[in-house]
Design a protein around this ligand. Structure first.
Ligand code: ADP
Length: 317
């Protein structure tokens, strides 16, 4: 049916028009292309017949149903938001209370590892080693849960400052090269000659970069290469980390930003938590930036994020 015409009767004409327009556009119809709303008075189809009146009554009933459904939906949304807030607070509190005892287990097992080295049997040392690495993993998990629950309940305040992105980028790479060298992985980089500035929380953006580079190292073979790029595009600074690692299937690419989504929970460089990318995405969203991933299984992945650049004031070129 092309361009159906909806005939509306006064006096609730404007109100009905608005409700219908919203409902039809939400359903993907475009006024003008797919339908026209014409006041009954303006219709050329003649006087109000019983048939027309019947359809008008039906439409009015449908409108009422629609309005009631919209109200119920809005109420359910508020309830869901409240429940999510309670869940975040509960998770945050539970994680916070676990943090301190875990810290004690971690530091005591670390102490025993160094103190008892070569004094106890290797099986006993293995047990201490397992206690230590498990507590390190659990601490990472708890820190991630705390970060995420704070972000999801909107409690993260960014400490924004005008930052030289080129400097942040190079400093971060220099630190990560140490980790990469341990696996004989070479990190190369390119950055623009023009200095890019942005109003950012430098600690949090460093956390995002660290996560992307740590993942690139974690999911690459020893001896492979990682490329890191910083460039400006459409008044945005874009950071990219490209690896030659195991890659991610299209199905998993859609889900890796979900909390706790892991493609494989264990890999040769340690246990996977599955929170890093989700936290990173939240941080970039909070900076009004965007995230992008391109990957091919067996060939490697490229993760990029962009940040709005500060106005020209103070930029040197
Ligand atoms: P984790 O801390 O477990 O690495 P992330 O949230 O950072 O968690 O990543 C989620 C999942 O995405 C990982 O478990 C891994 O399967 C996949 N992934 C992330 N980065 C890469 C990458 N560079 N190459 C291949 N897989 C990756």
């Amino acid at each position: 049916m092309k361009n159906p015409q909806l005939l509306l009767e006064s006096p609730r004409l404007e109100e009905l028009q608005e409700i219908l327009l919203t409902a039809l556009s939400e359903a993907g119809f475009k006024p003008g292309d797919d339908f026209h709303i014409i006041p009954l008075e303006a219709s050329t189809d003649g006087p109000l017949t019983d048939e027309k009146r019947f359809y008008l009554d039906e439409m009015a009933k449908l409108n009422n149903d629609l309005t009631n459904m919209q109200r119920t939906l809005a109420k359910t949304n508020v309830e869901l938001e409240n429940l999510a807030e309670i869940r975040n607070r509960f998770v945050g509190m539970a994680a916070h209370d676990l943090r301190n005892p875990l810290g004690i287990i971690r530091s005591f097992s670390e102490y025993l590892k160094t103190e008892l080295k070569s004094k106890i049997a290797s099986e006993q040392m293995e047990i201490i080693d397992t206690i230590f690495s498990t507590s390190v993993f659990m601490q990472r998990l708890i820190d991630g849960i705390l970060d995420l629950s704070a972000m999801q309940s909107g409690k993260v305040s960014l400490s924004l400052q005008r930052v030289d992105l080129n400097e942040l980028f190079i400093k971060n790479l220099n630190l990560n090269r140490i980790l990469a060298n341990q696996h004989n992985i070479e990190i190369s980089c390119t950055s623009p000659s023009k200095i890019l500035y942005a109003e950012i929380d430098a600690t949090k953006i460093n956390q995002v970069l660290n996560n992307l580079i740590a993942n690139a190292i974690k999911y690459s073979n020893d001896g492979s290469k990682i490329e890191c790029h910083l460039y400006d595009e459409d008044r945005k600074a874009v950071f990219c980390v490209k690896d030659e690692g195991i890659g991610i299937s299209p199905e998993d690419q859609r889900r890796i930003f979900e909390p706790f989504h892991r493609v494989s929970s264990d890999n040769k460089r340690g246990k996977s938590v599955g929170l890093g990318l989700s936290i990173a995405h939240n941080i970039i969203d909070a900076h009004k930036g965007s995230f992008m991933v391109q990957s091919e299984e067996g060939k490697g992945s490229t993760f990029c994020f962009s940040l709005p650049i500060s106005p020209d004031k103070g930029q040197s070129s």
